[in-house]
Write a protein that binds this ligand. Structure first.
Ligand SMILES: [Zn+2]
Length: 279
């Protein structure tokens, strides 16, 4: 079934966090959904605006919907870290079931104003919205998402932002970094506890999941994280696999066979990660 984020949270209540995995190219998509199907867990397929434009909004949305409708699990298609309200309206119009408006680099009031506009538009289309407050550092797809790696989310700011915008989910900065794959993050659990206590029912989202140890991942799930993003690890592993398979290819080797090991690796990673997200 094709669903929005709120529906996934409801369905997964008491069962842990829902995994959100970044799609970087079309070839990865079926393996991602097959992994979730094998585990019988819901899955969030998320893309950057760049990936949506690269594949094309319509073919991407049609493929995710077709795979979701043919599957026994719930699938959400989410636009990750988008700073353009207009681009999000386009994504909503064309059929994304969930979007993230990232106004974290803007002054608070401007972030709130834009987020409210996205929430109003999304609600009218049965689409869920994730917002961000504080800045999760690091770079994704070579784009620096935030300069200051220590810009933790302030609980009082988060409460004000959620009250004002009524977002369904909130990305919080508690020590993780985008694009981190060589080392592991040091999570600020005190802050997580405080955010959880203050924010109640809004779904807290952990970004930069690649840089989180298995032990910390399990603890974050136990402590109430509702959505966990994993992007870099999929991209990194895909590159490693195609780097290994392409050099031995001849012009007559089917491209399909060159992508298969990478697709299988993606499936294994999602099986491993999504198992950690279960309570
Ligand atoms: Zn992120």
């Amino acid at each position: 079934m094709y669903k929005n984020l709120v529906e996934l949270f409801e369905e997964n209540e008491g069962k842990g966090a829902v995994g959100a995995f970044n799609l970087h190219c079309f070839e990865m998509l079926p393996s991602m959904i097959h992994a979730a199907e094998e585990l019988q867990v819901p899955i969030i397929i998320q893309t950057s605006l760049g990936t949506a434009e690269y594949i094309g909004f319509e073919p991407l949305i049609a493929a995710v919907k077709a795979l979701a409708e043919g599957s026994s699990i719930s699938v959400c298609l989410h636009m990750d870290h988008c700073k353009s309200v207009e681009a999000l309206k386009k994504a909503i119009d064309l059929g994304y079931s969930s979007v993230m408006y990232d106004g974290s680099s803007l002054p608070m009031e401007e972030n709130i104003k834009n987020t409210k506009e996205v929430v109003a538009y999304a609600r009218a289309h049965h689409v869920s919205v994730e917002g961000e407050i504080g800045a999760i550092g690091g770079a994704e797809e070579g784009v620096v998402v935030a300069q200051n790696e220590a810009a933790y989310t302030k609980p009082e700011d988060a409460l004000y932002y959620v009250d004002q915008t009524d977002v369904d989910a909130l990305a919080v900065a508690i020590g993780t970094t985008h694009g981190q794959y060589k080392s592991k993050a040091k999570i600020n659990y005190e802050l997580l506890d405080e955010l959880k206590a203050k924010l109640g029912s809004v779904g807290l989202v952990l970004h930069g999941g690649t840089g989180v140890s298995d032990e910390d991942m399990k603890r974050c799930v136990r402590e109430g994280m509702k959505k966990i993003n994993v992007g870099t690890e999929l991209n990194k592993s895909y590159i490693e696999e195609v780097n290994a398979s392409f050099p031995g290819a001849t012009p007559l080797t089917s491209l399909r066979k060159l992508f298969t090991p990478a697709n299988e690796h993606i499936k294994r990673i999602i099986l491993e990660k999504a198992s950690l997200f279960k309570l």
